[in-house]
Design a protein around this ligand. Sequence first.
Ligand code: PAF
Length: 270
Amino acid sequence: MNVVETREQLAAARAAARGTVAVVMTMGALHEGHAALLRTARAEADTVLLTIFVNPLQFAPGEDFDRYPRTLEADLALAREAGVDIAFTPTPQVMYPQGPPAVRVDPGPAADQLEGASRPGFFHGVLTVVNKLFQLTRPDVAYFGEKDYQQLGMIRAMVRDFDLPIDVRGVPTVREPDGLALSSRNRYLAPAERQAALVLSRALRKAAQAPEPVAAGVAEFATEPQVKLDYFVLTDPMLGPAPAHGPARLLTAAWVGGTRLIDNIEVQLP
Ligand code: PAF
């Protein structure tokens, strides 16, 4: 595996890459969910390029940028194991040589709901860095996790609206045996909080079976006083208004102590 840190090193590695090039973008603290993205990329592309960059632009003041887990050595070991060819690990100076960029991607009105409503500026930061990483890595295909379902939709919309020649593929969420969706932020949870956090996946599962999904999900959250619900919504698969029947999506976000977690599942409305 070729580990590169500068733009020049990346350009040389990219120029030597053969066949279909896949990119998996991450902020590090890699877990089995990232490994699933990398393994899918490995199975479907000739060259697998991983990026590891904790993007300051997508954290609001007071969020967890400073304490976000940075575990580069372990990340590179996982990447090697997953068959990554090139790992790009830039510093903020490499990504933003002029400092925070004045020009940013406007995510449009779809970013005013859900994560964007709770975290203003988040999708400006995400789409700006994803766009920059697309320019730098020039992939044919890019893999993102369905755990960040709205993010996946926003990236697809950017690729469509900016005519980027990239095939964006979603990969299903990986869960612990007890249902907890894997997230780099799970490592913030104390044991009692981790137990309480199970309410997210439990509420989604119960709601998916209930005649009134949102009411059922919200009621399940009420059984877990340690967890503060942010939102629990039913939408169509594109995050538009909930359909009367057919495929739909349930999405939730909640605070478990000082940790904000998100999760979602696909649902078939009868
Ligand atoms: O999902 C993430 O880890 C980040 O939002 C991403 C896509 C790597 C952009 O920083």
